[in-house]
Design a protein around this ligand. Sequence first.
Ligand code: ZN
Ligand code: ZN
Length: 256
Amino acid sequence: MNKLERDYSGDYVIISPHRKKRPIEGEKKICHFCPENEKETGKSTQELKNEKGEWLIRSVKNKYSLALENEVHEVIIETRKHKLFRDFDETEIKQCYDFYQERIKQLKEKYEYLYLFKNEGPTAGASLKHAHSQIISFPKKIIKKNETAINGDTLKDNKETQTIIPTNTKHSYEIIIKCKRENSEIANLTEEEKTEISSELKKIIGKVNYDYNILHHDHPYHAHVIFRKNVWAGIELGLHIYVKETTINELRGIFK
Ligand SMILES: [Zn+2]
Ligand SMILES: [Zn+2]
């Protein structure tokens, strides 16, 4: 079982030695997320199927779970093809949103705080090259609210959503796609919102080739897309002072 501790700065730390055993692409020939290898991941907790009855998207319990006692950690395998999320088209991304929404609605009945996120590429923390996201729950009391107002430069103003370049971020390459509706959350996104978000997300992740994370936050719903070009080094780790190597104008040029 994973254990929760606090470090010398007050941050929470999950002690999870079994994480070391996670499969790394290349080490073994088989991909655990591909069809025919379902036994490696176990029974689906939810599935979206095609007309042939084959799964298109499925969620499973994370074998290398970071969940604390009585909490949940699932992996959503987002395609039956061995490919990355950045190669999805808008329709496939929208289908993922439908799936996230359904799964989160289910889990919400039982868990207090659910967090959906995606790691893609080794420097973003993904060990397999097969598109997937993760949902993990935590007791609400340990969640630190570390975001106040996000200031931003609007890159695209749509009917229901806005794509912004945050001006007060520590990340060199971050874009935020945000719903205009104040009480929006994954569980209540409308069809129109999901369609706009999917189309913007497709555009943004196609602009650069860096590994990236997508962090989903609610109220209002927004997705942080953080590209992992630079590593945090001595200044960042020792002083919590962050080096940002881009200007807003540069980012505007890249992501327009
Ligand atoms: Zn695969
Ligand atoms: Zn946020």
